[in-house]
Design a protein around this ligand. Structure first.
Ligand SMILES: NC(=O)c1ccc[n+]([C@@H]2O[C@H](COP(=O)([O-])OP(=O)(O)OC[C@H]3O[C@@H](n4cnc5c(N)ncnc54)[C@H](OP(=O)(O)O)[C@@H]3O)[C@@H](O)[C@H]2O)c1
Length: 308
């Protein structure tokens, strides 16, 4: 069966814009790219879908520019969507007022480099807006093998805070963990060694993603808190208090967040109470070295690897 043609314009040549471009081309979609800072409304009438992949704070302005420069002679059949997680479809009100179908179309995907983007297939797409724009967005999702989440009554900022906490927080945790691996290896690490750490930790994080997707919550939790192993948690806190007090602060917060999951999974109550107690009482007392480190400054406190 012939697939109906879908003509897409991607506005914005940053990380996500380039990633959309690559994914759509690979899926055989007819796609053109426009620079965010110089786009005009003439590109609209010939497209089925215009994807605004511009900075959050430029979305409304770009919509206003497109609306103001949309010719009045030809009807506009294109739908326009933006990709800003924390904004609703109303950010495109200027286009909606000109009769253009508008929606938010936010990929729950972390794109750090548009030319080396993760697969769009399997990722979720939050789509909310008017019926016409949502229909085209759903067509695009089908072409790319994405899954559509259509929740309309959403606090967009809270939704985006959840996504940012996980995706951006995990990258930051990766950096802290890489520093700790370097410290565990004596502190002097080559550039090649640092890349190896990033790959090792990426593969570990991939296994966490697998557990979240395949096992769900709370079952995705693994490790000493799940086992109620207070001795292991105390040992981790003690070494971090000594070597990297900021990482110890992170670990305390994250151990606290694991406790309800471990309880729900039936971990031994005695062990969990001992872990909660270690959190309440601050764990092991910091050594003189770490007290000196505390005076220095954030994350310089981790004994950072020396690259050579
Ligand atoms: N990266 C991700 O993982 C990701 C994931 C989901 C959603 N998003 C959303 O996607 C959008 C783009 O994010 P990004 O990560 O691709 O950001 P980015 O790499 O910083 O690219 C942003 C692009 O915005 C355009 N821009 C900047 N200032 C502008 C202005 N004053 N007027 C018009 N356009 C302007 C530029 O396009 P030109 O260079 O073409 O002018 C720039 O390349 C944001 O809304 C973001 O929240 C990103």
């Amino acid at each position: 069966m012939a697939v109906a043609r879908l003509r897409v314009v991607v506005v914005g040549r940053g990380k996500l814009g380039r990633a959309w471009l690559g994914a759509l081309r690979a899926a055989g979609v007819e796609v053109r790219s426009r620079a965010g800072r110089s786009v005009r409304g003439e590109c609209l009438p010939d497209a089925d879908l215009v994807i605004l992949a511009v900075r959050d704070d430029a979305v409304a302005t770009v919509a206003e520019v497109l609306a103001a420069t949309l010719g009045s002679t030809r009807p506009c059949r294109a739908a326009v969507v933006h990709c800003a997680g924390r904004l609703g479809p109303e950010a495109l009100a200027a286009l909606g007022a000109r009769g253009v179908g508008v929606a938010k179309m936010h990929p729950l995907l972390a794109v750090a480099d548009g030319r080396r983007a993760p697969p769009f297939a399997g990722a979720w797409l939050h789509v909310v807006g008017d019926a016409r724009a949502c229909r085209v967005a759903a067509r695009l999702a089908r072409r790319l093998g994405m899954r559509v989440w259509r929740a309309a009554e959403v606090d967009h900022v809270l939704y985006h805070a959840a996504a940012a906490l996980l995706a951006n927080g995990a990258a930051a945790l990766g950096a802290v963990a890489a520093d700790l691996l370097a410290a565990a290896c004596g502190g002097a690490v080559t550039a090649g060694g640092a890349r190896t750490f990033a790959r090792m930790l990426g593969a570990l994080l991939g296994s966490v993603a697998h557990n979240l997707t395949q096992v769900g919550l709370p079952g995705a939790l693994t490790g000493p808190v799940r086992r109620g192993d207070a001795a292991a948690v105390r040992a981790h806190l003690a070494v971090l208090d000594d070597v990297a007090p900021d990482a110890a602060t992170l670990l305390r917060a994250l151990v606290g967040a694991q406790l309800p999951l471990a309880r729900a999974l039936g971990a031994p109550a005695v062990g969990l109470e001992a872990i909660a107690d270690a959190l309440r009482h601050g764990g092991a007392s910091p050594s003189a070295a770490s007290r000196r480190a505390r005076a220095v400054g954030p994350f310089a406190r981790v004994k950072r690897p020396r690259l050579r």
